[in-house]
Design a protein around this ligand. Structure first.
Ligand SMILES: COc1cc(/C=C/C(=O)SCCNC(=O)CCNC(=O)[C@H](O)C(C)(C)COP(=O)(O)OP(=O)(O)OC[C@H]2O[C@@H](n3cnc4c(N)ncnc43)[C@H](O)[C@@H]2OP(=O)(O)O)ccc1O
Ligand SMILES: O=C(O)CCC(=O)C(=O)O
Ligand SMILES: [Fe+2]
Length: 361
């Protein structure tokens, strides 16, 4: 039975059991109307960020992509300098974006007992997982986020195993964003002297895909916790769709002598946020940068976001591409099995850019 509001304002009820084991998630806590943040979610001081106002990541208009090579150049420059940019007029239809946002609300609106069927313990497959926080077993403080994570194996597997409330919209969004993904990766590779994306390179860059549906419910005392702690993605590229609430922050100026801090990524209707992940940083020998980002939940509204992580295949060995090293550049990273890299990421709490040290020479 769900605890009463009076019970939830004390430490007398088992928050972890309610949120994690019973599948209520932080959405369940928020829906109870709790007035203060449970101590399990209070982050240490160092997790809180210095926000730089009036700065932003680039916004790139792709409408003239085919005719104007400067647009591809801006994409490559943004991937080198910021590791993050927003795209408008990117060609993914707006109704597809709206469809997957509606699907996310449908899934999280289900009763806890239904969502719990997709938890790590009960899910019919490793490729479907409903969870909360990032890695609750390894975290000192929990994160204020629930998620559904869907790893794409095949259309058949998705049809059989993904939750019926969201599978069609998720598949459609993944399909419609594939053309955009190829355009961006082709431009990014040309800049590295990779003239052709053959079968092997295609696998290294986009051999697997995962879509996450993230739900950050309204949070009492959002300034004391995080929606997602500071991390870089382990993907090649991430395509993030966010709603109109805001809360994503990206680290800028790290080690550049200017003010090191975090800038907000303001929601722009119909846009997609693109970021470089660790796999592309490794393949490009550090030329493109995966950059730390984090999410602060809202004190008044529920927020959703939907990242599609475009990755190497789990069985691929990744390391700096030969074309990048051809002129004698020293490799900064060793060759590693991509699934080992991802397991390393998932088995610890978010820790900024530390994951990439696993691949360093
Ligand atoms: C959730 O909050 C997040 C997520 C993120 C994600 C950022 C990304 O960049 S995701 C893209 C990752 N790339 C891929 O998924 C492609 C490659 N995939 C693989 O290599 C494998 O599918 C695998 C992920 C390694 C899982 O392989 P499997 O053989 O099934 O291994 P397991 O032993 O089951 O899992 C290993 C370890 O990881 C945990 N885990 C697995 N899947 C997830 C998941 N979807 N979400 C969270 N954790 C997951 C699993 O529990 C295992 O840990 P144990 O401690 O239980 O051993 C960014 C920010 C966020 O806040
Ligand atoms: O919700 C967001 O805006 C970002 C989420 C994120 O960084 C992730 O899921 O990897
Ligand atoms: Fe991320």
């Amino acid at each position: 039975m769900a605890p009463t509001l009076a019970e939830t304002t004390t430490d007398s009820f088992d928050i972890a059991d309610f949120v994690i084991n019973q599948g209520n998630g932080v959405k369940g806590l928020s829906d109870l109307g709790i007035k203060s943040l449970p101590r399990q979610y209070i982050q240490p001081q160092e997790a809180l960020i210095n926000i730089i106002p009036n700065e932003s990541i680039p916004v790139i208009d792709m409408s003239n992509w085919e005719n104007d090579p400067k647009i591809a150049e801006s994409v490559c420059e943004a991937a080198e300098k910021f590791g993050f940019f927003q795209l408008v007029n990117h060609g993914v239809p707006l109704e597809v974006l709206e469809g997957v946002k509606d699907a996310t609300h449908r899934f999280f609106g289900l009763p806890a007992a239904v969502k719990r069927k997709y938890s790590k313990e009960l899910s019919p497959s490793n490729s479907v997982r409903f969870g909360t926080s990032f890695s609750p077993d390894s975290e000192k403080a929990l994160e204020w986020k629930d998620y559904l994570s869907l790893f794409y194996v095949s259309e058949e597997e998705a049809s059989a195993l993904w939750p019926p409330e969201c599978k069609d919209d998720c598949l459609e969004y993944m399909k419609k964003s594939e053309i955009l993904c190829k355009k961006l990766l082709t431009a990014l590779m040309e800049r590295l002297n990779v003239k052709e994306i053959d079968e092997k390179k295609e696998s290294l860059l986009m051999g697997s895909r995962r879509i996450n549906l993230n739900y950050y419910p309204r949070c009492p005392n959002p300034q004391l916790t995080v929606g997602v702690g500071r991390h870089s993605d382990v993907s090649s590229l991430t395509f993030l769709l966010q709603d109109e609430i805001g809360g994503l922050y990206v680290r800028v100026n790290e080690g550049k002598g200017e003010e090191d801090g975090w800038v907000h990524v303001p929601p722009i209707e119909g846009s997609l946020v693109i970021n470089v992940g660790d796999a592309l940083q490794i393949l490009s020998n550090g030329r493109y940068r995966s950059v730390e980002h984090c999410v602060i939940a809202s004190g008044s509204k529920n927020r959703i976001s939907i990242p599609v992580f475009v990755n190497p295949k789990p069985s691929d060995v990744i390391g700096p591409l030969p074309e990048v090293l051809a002129a004698g550049e020293k490799p900064k990273y060793k060759n590693i099995l991509y699934s080992d890299y991802v397991k390393h990421f998932f088995r610890k709490a978010h820790d900024g850019k530390k994951t990439v040290e696993f691949a360093e020479m």
